[in-house]
Design a protein around this ligand. Structure first.
Ligand code: PMP
Length: 374
């Protein structure tokens, strides 16, 4: 099998899985129980939270555990709007965001909020001049911009954006760092809120977090009282929390941008030689995500043909694959055909050169064959 869909999800690291099993087995208490089993569980939970806080360069109190990034994005957006209902009605975002950001915003638009999409430069990064024009001292309550976009892998200048937003004291800055964490260096110095998910860095599906700087208040999504924080109720998922800390530590230790860049470059060099194949990712994309358009072959047909050879890629993101046209690709390339024919190849430090070579030779012959048949 050649797995090239790491941005949809990653296989769970064996050590992380062992940590989950061992913690589940050895720590049966609820960390909120007052007896010794609870105290032991809480001690372990606090240790894991401290470790995560150190890895993220934040305070332990600034981490809210969630079920993943979808919940974290919803909590960030709805939590701010719920807590500060009279602050302003304008929210700024980009067309590159994940559906778990865009859909809550669409809903808010129906409830009287104004959603503004900032213009992007040729390379897909935020046009800072336009962002400046959009920011309204009285009316902008939130800016939500992902550090790395999931379909094209475009890295946004988060620190620059955060510095600018600091000049607007009534505005909060949320960044979805789901596709960045564990792949590229991440600094959370200039953000108020940041969402992430363990399963994107070899952790277990079902845990993630929202970083919430201590000056920010949020209205919880669920009412149920204090758990690890007042912002998210429910019995703390101790084994998931401990395995999240392990997964992040291991991912940060094994990060290797230079190696993934080499793999990406090899794919780009070869696919660019095939007629009517276009690279949609830009010079600002992370090497882990390569989005390309193959004219004359339906993306789904190509996906399933590759699957026939046990090679796994994505058409758009796994979460939006029911839609025919990619908004992100259309926005960046200004080309409808690219937007309806895009596929995403996503790489990892665990991808081997041999896998890339095998993928490329199968890809080349399949594209040729499918075009002949089509
Ligand atoms: N944001 C981004 C940028 C993502 O890529 C994803 C996963 N596709 C999510 C949010 C949702 O994450 P989760 O699966 O943890 O809900």
């Amino acid at each position: 099998m050649i797995y090239l869909d790491y941005s949809a999800t990653t296989p769970t690291n064996e050590e992380v899985l062992n940590t989950f099993v061992k913690t589940s087995r050895d720590f049966i208490g609820n960390p909120n129980s007052l007896h010794s089993l609870g105290v032991q569980a809480k001690k372990l939970m606090n240790k894991a939270t401290e470790q995560l806080a150190n890895l993220l360069h934040i305070k332990a109190e600034e981490l809210i555990y969630t079920s993943g990034a979808t919940e974290a994005n919803n909590l960030a957006i709805k939590g701010i709007i719920g807590k500060y209902p009279n602050r302003g009605k304008q929210i700024i975002t980009t067309p590159l965001e994940h559906s778990s950001v865009l859909e809550p915003l669409n809903k808010l638009e129906k409830n009287g909020y104004h959603i503004r999409y900032v213009k992007l430069n040729e390379d897909g990064t935020v046009n800072m001049e336009h962002l400046k024009q959009l920011l309204d001292e009285e009316d902008t309550i939130l800016v939500s911009i992902a550090m790395v976009s999931s379909e094209l892998g475009i890295v946004q200048p988060i620190n620059k954006i955060g510095e600018l937003i600091k000049k607007y004291p009534k505005c909060f800055f949320h960044s979805d760092i789901t596709q960045a964490l564990g792949k590229i260096p991440v600094s959370l110095e200039c953000v108020d809120l940041a969402s992430f998910s363990a399963h994107k860095f070899y952790g277990i599906k079902g845990i993630g977090g929202l970083v919430k700087k201590d000056k920010v208040e949020l209205e919880p999504l669920f009412d149920g009282g204090h758990s690890t924080t007042i912002y998210r109720s429910g019995t703390p998922a101790l084994a998931l929390i401990v395995s999240l800390a392990k997964a992040l530590r291991l991912a940060l230790e094994t990060m290797n941008l230079t190696y993934v860049k080499q793999l990406n470059q090899e794919i780009q060099t070869t696919v660019q030689k095939i007629p009517q194949v276009f690279i949609n990712s830009t010079s600002k994309s992370i090497p882990h995500i390569l989005n390309i358009s193959v004219y004359g072959v339906k993306p789904e047909t190509l996906l399933h043909a590759l699957e026939g050879h046990q090679i796994y890629i994505s058409t758009m993101t796994a979460c939006s694959s029911d839609k025919a046209e990619s908004l992100a690709v259309k926005t960046v390339t200004h080309n409808k055909e690219n937007a309806t024919s895009s596929i995403r190849i996503s790489l990892s430090v665990y991808t081997t050169k041999k896998e890339v070579e095998e993928f490329l030779s199968t890809f080349q012959s399949l594209v040729e064959k499918l075009r002949l048949n089509g």
